[in-house]
Design a protein around this ligand. Structure first.
Ligand SMILES: CC(C)(COP(=O)(O)OP(=O)(O)OC[C@H]1O[C@@H](n2cnc3c(N)ncnc32)[C@H](O)[C@@H]1O)[C@@H](O)C(=O)NCCC(=O)NCCS
Ligand SMILES: Nc1ncnc2c1ncn2[C@@H]1O[C@H](COP(=O)(O)OP(=O)(O)OP(=O)(O)O)[C@@H](O)[C@H]1O
Length: 196
């Protein structure tokens, strides 16, 4: 089984590329963000710890955690972001390693892991190749404002908390530029698969 790690800043197009890999190459995909959401659901491994860190005002009527409130705090406060990461990341990593084990056993041929913090968390240790998805910050901000209703300030505050262009490039095996149309991006994916 080959494993590709996909990383890049917020709104770079990682999920879009994952969809293509899943459809065209039948890749099994794992999204760290989604697992992060799962472990903080009621009954999840991190639920109580996150509430202990942020206070009971983050609990919504349906008992789920208000991620919008958490997001507003962590992307404006580095210490709180690190404290949240210390709770969530070990659980996410353990979940991913277990998924890898299961997929390997099931005979999966291509597994793709998407994580914004893939390099910070050293997921490259179990990836055959790491792909960095680059999209210029201004293009990302516009896409996020159009598609997710982010404000410019919100997009910029997340970007400010993520790795630099230099950091991503230094630790990646392959760079995909997703500034233009998707056809151009699909071609780069096909090249990346050949290299793998
Ligand atoms: C802060 C939270 C509650 C916001 O949830 P929400 O649904 O509003 O946003 P979403 O999860 O889609 O994240 C928005 C963007 O921020 C990035 N991001 C999320 N957490 C972090 C972080 N700790 N550091 C840097 N970037 C991050 C995501 O990759 C994504 O690009 C959530 O992202 C979270 O719990 N983050 C901590 C866990 C984490 O680091 N997840 C990312 C990889 S495991
Ligand atoms: N080449 C492209 N042309 C136009 N729009 C694009 C392109 N690539 C991605 N998008 C759009 O940009 C937005 C962000 O893309 P996507 O959700 O894939 O990013 P992401 O890196 O997974 O984000 P996150 O960091 O939050 O996980 C989406 O609305 C997506 O449809």
């Amino acid at each position: 089984m080959k494993i590709i790690g996909i990383t890049g800043g917020v709104g770079a197009g990682k999920s879009t590329i994952l969809d293509y890999l899943s459809q065209k190459y039948d890749a099994y995909v794992i999204q760290a963000d989604k697992i992060g959401h799962l472990v903080m659901e009621p009954g999840g491994l991190c639920y109580e710890h996150v509430i202990a860190l942020f206070g009971r005002q983050i609990i919504k009527n349906d008992k789920t955690i208000d991620r919008k409130q958490v997001s507003d705090v962590v992307f404006g406060n580095e210490l709180m972001r690190q404290s949240l990461d210390a709770i969530i990341h070990p659980a996410v990593k353990a979940y991913i390693l277990e998924e890898i084990r299961k997929q390997r056993q099931a005979g999966c041929r291509l597994l793709v892991i998407e994580a914004a913090l893939l390099l910070e968390e050293h997921y490259e240790e179990f990836c055959n190749n790491v792909w960095y998805i680059h999209t210029d910050a201004e293009i990302r901000i516009r896409r996020l404002m159009d598609s997710r209703g982010y404000t410019r300030e919100k997009a910029e505050s997340i970007i400010a908390r993520q790795g630099s262009e230099e950091f991503f490039r230094k630790h990646s095996d392959y760079v995909i530029i997703n500034n233009g149309d998707l056809k151009t991006t699909w071609k780069q994916i096909e090249e990346g698969i050949k290299l793998l």
